[in-house]
Design a protein around this ligand. Structure first.
Ligand code: UD1
Length: 419
């Protein structure tokens, strides 16, 4: 079992660079299956979700080369084969293989998706969209078959009942090579959706409106190769900005697209966090007293649910009382008992997280129950007096590229140990 050990309370200074976006790359890699030539991605983060996707793609027959942050994928050898349960259910974003296999072969036989346990995470919207484009769905044990009966997918007018990042991207991927026009209404607007549309368009697709709530896709017959730079990870950026505000003595977070973080930065400003937004960086000063605020998550451009947990340790050091309500995943509360174990005055009341600050955290043995809860515990460990031992760190390594090295560079006393 691997653990992260942090001796907290050390002053952190310097620069930390944000890597490519996890939530983009987990869609970009499966989308490449649609190309008829080599596709190169730059800025690919060193996270275990990428390792899993590469394994899956290689098993399917793609030839892949990885050199640092550059990933070359030649999808021409990908075969129409069932994807075994196992690797594919280790990450939720494996659902993007449904759209890309369906788009390329007219069928996808894949294991049901896994990922972080944030309460029920249905995929009905993805399936409804595939059905609207002419596919039928059937189940065989823990496998699902999504198939068109020998006919190509056709364009469709799809209204998403809920704003969903995954369903929007998956529909866009499947529709890229469908016959005719697909319109997605009430589409999600996250920057990762624009990134996937940019890759597909550079491969020859005709997608308009990504980043707005209506996306139109004119189906094309063939997609070619291209080279694409993955956008910076706004969630990783937000995590390091919160950490810098909580424990930094002057930290510059680089490779940041401020436009992707406006609601988050506004919330930090409301707390009184002192920082300077630079061209592609945010410089966070050493902070004085901060004010407690309340946070409510909502789809982009609102406050991201993925940043609700990473900002919690910072909220805990502010003066006063506040609450967090997550309107997207109301069960995203697993970090609360762990932070309470570290001495925080925080609890869950009537579906909301309620806290009272300021708090001085103390090191304790804690468990990362999901990716962003893990990020919250790393920040809490850096802030705490004494030693924090975090178990279940596989979740953290799924989404934070070189986190140990990056934090050590800033002066943190943090070690990954193999038990
Ligand atoms: C993506 C992100 C995840 C983030 C989430 C919300 C990736 C790989 N993951 O997850 O980090 O926390 O967006 O910003 O990009 N829903 C349905 N039916 C569906 C699909 C979703 O009811 O078929 C609901 C979900 O339960 C949730 C809401 O829609 O309440 C939003 O989920 P969605 O945007 O789809 O999340 P993911 O794409 O899975």
């Amino acid at each position: 079992m691997r653990k992260i050990i942090i001796n907290g309370g050390k002053p952190l200074t310097g620069e930390v660079a944000v890597s490519g976006a996890k939530n983009s790359v987990v869609a970009l890699i499966p989308a490449i299956i649609l190309a008829d030539d080599l596709v190169v991605l730059d800025g690919v983060p060193a996270i275990s979700d990428v390792d899993s996707l590469i394994d899956i793609m290689a098993t399917m027959g793609a030839s892949i080369k990885r050199d640092g942050e550059t990933l070359e994928i030649d999808p021409r050898g990908v075969k129409d084969m069932p994807m075994p349960y196992g690797k594919i259910n280790s990450l939720r974003a494996s659902y993007y293989f449904y759209g890309s296999l369906l788009g390329r072969f007219g069928q996808a036989v894949v294991g049901l998706p896994g990922g972080c346990d944030l309460g029920p995470r249905p995929i009905d919207l993805h399936l409804k969209a595939f059905e609207a484009m002419g596919a039928t769905i059937s189940y065989e044990g823990e496998m699902m078959r999504i198939a068109t009966a020998g006919k190509p997918l056709h364009g469709a007018h799809i209204y998403m009942d809920t704003v969903s990042v995954g369903a929007t991207i998956n529909t866009m991927i499947a529709a890229t090579k469908a016959k005719g026009r697909t319109i997605i209404e009430n589409a999600a607007r996250e920057p990762e959706i624009i990134d996937v549309a940019t890759l597909l368009n550079n491969m020859g697709a005709h997608i308009r409106g990504a980043g707005t709530n209506v996306i139109t896709i004119e189906g094309v017959e063939k997609l070619h190769g291209t080279r694409h730079q993955v956008i910076p990870d706004r969630i990783e950026a937000g995590t390091y900005i919160a950490m810098a505000a909580a424990i930094g003595k002057g930290i510059r977070v680089t490779n940041v697209l401020y436009e992707h973080l406006e609601s988050y930065i506004s919330k930090l400003e409301e707390m009184g966090v002192r920082m300077t937004v630079e061209e592609d960086a945010v410089f966070v000063e050493e902070q004085g007293k901060l004010k407690a605020v309340s946070v409510k998550t909502s789809p982009y451009p609102g406050f991201a649910t993925d940043l609700q947990q990473p900002i919690t340790p910072l909220l805990l050091m502010a003066q006063g009382q506040g609450n967090i309500s997550d309107t997207i995943y109301e069960k995203r509360i697993n970090h609360v008992p762990e932070l309470a174990r570290m001495g925080a005055n925080i609890s869950v009341l009537g579906g909301r997280i309620v806290y009272q600050g300021p708090n001085q955290l103390s090191g304790a043995p804690v468990k990362a129950t999901d990716l962003r809860a893990g990020a919250a515990l790393v920040i809490a460990g850096l802030m705490a007096q004494g030693t924090t031992e975090i178990t279940n760190i596989e979740f953290i390594l799924r989404g934070y590229s070189n986190i140990i090295e990056k934090l050590r560079e800033l002066g943190a006393d943090i070690t990954l140990v193999e038990d």
